[in-house]
Design a binder for this molecule. Structure first.
Ligand code: SAM
Ligand code: SF4
Length: 472
């Protein structure tokens, strides 16, 4: 509270609100990280400031993900860890996100010291729910879906904003209903934010010094469906590309079945759109893709990759893949490996199939043994490791445009940043370079990053130079 306001409040006998601390533990994808940021901004209005130390928190929130593995177990074990803080300090304890959405009241029943369960659409209600707990000692569970999409609204961040890049959610939910996936059940159906709200948020971030945005959605290609305005995802990208001060645009995730020619062309037309696409294929076997309800074949996926490479030869490709889906036989797995070798992804996120309660695949009979899944995963990861290193080695000797993001974790003398193709580069430099685009010559390729040497700093205002990779 500013001094004058504080003095007036004192004279009027108004007590200053007590500042409290919130600690949030976040699991899962970028969507959850973004939700955590939104929650923190929202709670600032209720005088809760973030702490990184759970022991000093008045409110502990576990923001959960239930896409894979055993998310409920993870939540119960985290709750067990925080129980003593409830007993010692009377901290309020809550669970948010996908597990909260899925489990609802069951969580409150099973954990007597849990105060709050808050579903994916209920984030805007958080301050009121906290009040119910603080003032009336109620335990609360809010897991309704909100067809109006109010849960997508966000409070714009205030200065100081000490980051160079930021996520911006453009849509949530999914209408695809892949047979293995829990997302449509815990995030609801596809819902887009209006382009006006998104543009305002990106403009605001750019004014605050953010140089790169990553547009988030479970299926960004579905953007615009159901909105009153006539706009689709490529149109939104064109508008964001015009925003002054912003250097780079990324997005995730695209569904291959919905990847339009217009979006592919955007990579060759929009200078700020980085040359990288994350395009999950899940399996290389048409039989498995059908059982997964993915809506494309191996051939049509490869055709799209071909179009992307033609439109933008320097494009970096990453993807998700699942091994051990029910019914996957050795020959199906071979098809997956074949796809991997044909595309030569820059990087790959590979998962063992994990049964999700309530999905269609959970009822499929021919489950694959755990050991087989693990063996297939290891084989696939070994092959990909070789490809990723080769792709990185292809960059040795080249000069890359790098956006400097901060100090390197490996050395105090080094800074770190990413190429337009999203590869991590570490090189000697100081923090004056933070937020700047610089040219870095790649000296050495490592399995997960690149080592380089700065050749020149570029005036950030001339970011339209589309010089992702070139030989100097
Ligand atoms: N919407 C994106 C798409 O369709 O590609 C992916 C979103 S999903 C949250 C992220 C990744 O988790 C998926 O691409 C898939 O590979 C993986 N995934 C989802 N459900 C899974 C399951 N039941 N078992 C293993 N992996 C799963
Ligand atoms: Fe899940 Fe499929 Fe939707 Fe992706 S497209 S979020 S995998 S249902």
């Amino acid at each position: 509270m500013p001094a004058l306001q504080r003095e007036v409040a004192r004279l009027l006998g108004v007590r200053e609100p007590v500042e409290k601390r919130v600690y949030i533990e976040t699991y899962g994808c970028q969507m959850n990280e973004y939700d955590t940021e939104r929650i923190l901004r929202l709670l600032k209005g209720s005088h809760y400031l973030e702490t990184k130390d759970a022991q000093e928190a008045d409110f502990i929130l576990i923001n959960t993900c239930s896409v894979r593995e055993k998310p409920e177990h993870k939540v119960y074990s985290a709750l067990g860890r925080f129980k003593w803080l409830k007993e010692k300090r009377g901290a309020i304890i809550g669970v948010a996100g996908c597990v909260a959405q899925q489990e609802g009241d069951r969580l409150l029943d099973r954990v007597p010291y849990l105060d709050m369960v808050i579903g994916t659409h209920a984030i805007p209600m958080l301050p009121q729910l906290l009040q119910k707990i603080e003032f009336f000692g109620q335990r609360v569970c809010e897991t309704g879906f909100d067809p109006e999409g109010n849960y997508l609204k966000t409070i714009l961040p205030q200065k100081p904003l000490d980051k160079v890049k930021s996520y911006v959610t453009i849509m949530q939910g999914c209408d695809h209903f892949c047979s293995y996936c829990i997302v449509p059940y815990v995030r609801g159906r596809e819902k887009s934010r209006s382009s006006r709200e998104i543009i305002e948020e990106v403009e605001h971030l750019a004014e605050m010094g953010v140089k790169e945005v990553c547009l988030l959605g479970q299926n960004v290609n579905g953007y615009g469906k159901g909105l009153e305005e006539e706009i689709r995802f490529p149109g939104l990208l064109h508008r964001i590309n015009e925003i002054e001060g912003l250097h780079r645009i990324r997005f995730t995730t695209s569904h291959p079945a919905d990847l339009s020619g217009e979006l592919i062309q955007a990579f060759s037309k929009l200078p700020k759109l980085c040359e990288h696409i994350h395009l999950p294929f899940q399996s290389g076997s048409d039989r498995i893709l059908k059982a997964m309800h993915r809506g494309y074949t191996k051939e049509s996926y490869l055709e799209k990759i071909d179009c992307l490479k033609k439109a933008c030869p320097s494009i970096a490709l990453t993807a998700d893949v699942i091994v051990g889906f029910p019914g996957e036989e050795e020959k199906d797995f071979e098809e997956t490996l074949d796809l991997l070798k044909k595309v030569r992804f820059d990087d790959l996120f590979s998962f063992k199939y994990s049964q999700r309660k309530g999905t269609r695949a959970a009822q499929f009979m021919d489950k694959v043994e755990e050991k087989v899944k693990q063996d297939r995963l290891s084989i696939l990861q070994e092959i990909q490791k070789g490809i990723t290193l080769q792709k990185n080695q292809e960059l040795e000797g080249r000069v890359e445009e790098v956006l400097v993001e901060g100090r390197s974790k490996q050395s105090d003398q080094d800074v770190t940043g990413r190429t337009r193709s999203n590869k991590i580069v570490n090189f000697e430099g100081n923090l004056e370079l933070l937020g700047k685009l610089v040219y870095v010559r790649i000296k050495k390729a490592c399995p997960h990053s690149l080592r380089g040497e700065i050749t020149s700093a570029q005036d950030p205002s001339i970011c339209n130079l589309r010089s992702a990779i070139y030989n100097m």
